[in-house]
Design a protein around this ligand. Structure first.
Ligand SMILES: C[S@@+](CC[C@H](N)C(=O)[O-])C[C@H]1O[C@@H](n2cnc3c(N)ncnc32)[C@H](O)[C@@H]1O
Length: 246
């Protein structure tokens, strides 16, 4: 996948490129990440990318020309059609299904805003606007990194075990089940016995029961549109009777 980012703070992206899953995706060639700084597309000696808002009011607004030129430069380098995404608190709230849709694209261009945001005439030309939640950050770099991180997990060869991305919270419409690793007993707490026995069917049922139970307790909204199978109904009823048991 080819990903271009428009940002006036390219160094912030070192967080993604220096270590972790995204760095591995880049090293393996599964992800090509290019950052374009609108300051390099200015014509004045101060490399101005922002100006005061028409109509007055606080803060500054990112100007059309440097952004437009940075986007065009990325589109030229992409080597094919791109989908352009502006990260904004006014966008569609990011969910796993948007992440999966983005992961199916071959080339993406993300725009990170700053200040009061970017001139509306740039926004008019983007394909999609995404928010990472109902709160306002100082800039779009962290939201862009959040999206790239979530998308990179779907790229072939990126995760140690591709099944991880399939079983995750939200992917199945349920929250993920509880995870345990060695040692079996630690600080007075033990691993549920069923996970030690190697009975794959019992483990599947236990995990489904746990996923249903914690989704019911923490995110009942996720269950409201879901038709539960007979097995799921029984497992959830059992969990609600005795949540800790297995
Ligand atoms: C201070 S914010 C501008 C907020 C804008 N005035 C508003 O109220 O919609 C600056 C930039 O941060 C980014 N940003 C802030 N919060 C975000 C969020 N929740 N999701 C995605 N991007 C966000 C956007 O790129 C935005 O242009």
């Amino acid at each position: 996948m080819w990903v271009g980012v428009v940002s006036i703070f390219p160094d912030m992206f070192r967080m993604l490129t220096s270590e972790g899953v995204v760095a591995r995706a880049i090293a393996s060639g599964a992800l090509d990440l290019v950052i374009e700084n609108p300051r390099e597309h200015t014509e004045d000696r101060h490399s101005t990318v922002d100006d005061r808002p028409y109509g007055g009011g606080p803060g500054m607004v990112m100007k059309v020309e440097p952004l437009r030129r940075a986007i065009d430069a990325l589109k030229q380098r992409a080597g094919g059609p791109t989908r352009t995404v502006y990260l904004t608190p006014q966008g569609t709230r990011l969910e796993q299904r948007n992440v999966e849709a983005l992961a199916r694209e071959e080339r993406l261009v993300f725009i990170a805003g700053r200040y009061e945001g970017i001139d509306e005439r740039v926004i008019e030309d983007v394909d999609e606007q995404i928010s990472i939640g109902d709160f306002v950050l100082t800039g779009g770099e962290l939201p862009v990194m959040v999206v790239i991180d979530a998308v990179a997990r779907y790229l072939p060869g990126t995760l140690g075990n591709a099944q991880s991305a399939q079983d995750e919270s939200y992917r199945t419409g349920l929250l993920d089940w509880a995870h345990y690793t060695r040692p079996e007993h630690v600080m007075g707490r033990s691993v549920p016995t069923v996970l030690l026995g190697g009975d794959h069917e019992a483990i599947r049922r236990y995990r489904l029961r746990d996923a249903l139970g914690r989704t019911y307790e923490r995110r009942p909204d996720l269950l409201s549109g879901r038709v539960l199978s007979n097995e799921e109904r029984k497992l959830l009823a059992d969990y609600l009777e005795q949540p800790g048991a297995c």
